[in-house]
Design a protein around this ligand. Structure first.
Ligand code: RB5
Length: 149
């Protein structure tokens, strides 16, 4: 199950990604917003991040104007590794190396075709594990204020 959400700045690319998910019969929960009317992105970021953090959804996709605001908000939630991506290389590497669980994109930065392509890469690419495991553990330790300096 994929959690997806956006603010007004990300509404158009979120709509394109949802069309892709429907076409591929990938199950998703849309946490809003439902139009281009102005809203506050932290609410939607929190809804998606909470669903991923609780394990109700395996991964999340968040869209705002730049992708940055939703990523900052989502990364405040325990267990979330949200990555802003604007190109295919980063979308792939943030799965392989960072085990990112939320992809953040900007509707004022990339077009809908690019957003769909990045979502596809993000959903298909596995975590590489190996030497990257320890680094993920260190990030989790920071979250728990437990990383040895
Ligand atoms: C909304 O205007 C805009 O600030 C928001 O979509 C996002 O880009 C914030 O980071």
């Amino acid at each position: 199950m994929i959690a997806i959400g956006c603010d007004h700045g990300g509404y158009e690319i979120k709509t394109a990604v949802i069309s892709y998910l429907k076409e591929k019969q990938i199950e998703y929960i849309d946490f809003g917003t439902d139009s281009t009317d102005s809203v506050d992105f932290p609410l939607y970021a929190y809804r998606v991040a909470s669903a991923v953090s609780r394990g109700e959804c395996e991964r999340g996709i968040l869209c705002c104007g730049t992708g940055i605001g939703v990523s900052i908000a989502a990364n405040k939630v325990k267990g979330i590794r949200a990555a802003v991506c604007a190109d295919a290389y980063c979308a792939e590497m943030t799965r392989r190396h960072n085990d990112a669980n939320i992809l953040c994109m900007g509707g004022r930065v990339i077009d809908s075709d690019t957003a769909v392509k990045l979502a596809e890469i993000f959903l298909k690419t596995p975590f590489s594990g190996g030497r990257h495991e320890k680094r993920i553990e260190m990030i989790t330790a920071i979250e728990n204020d437990d990383l040895t300096l």
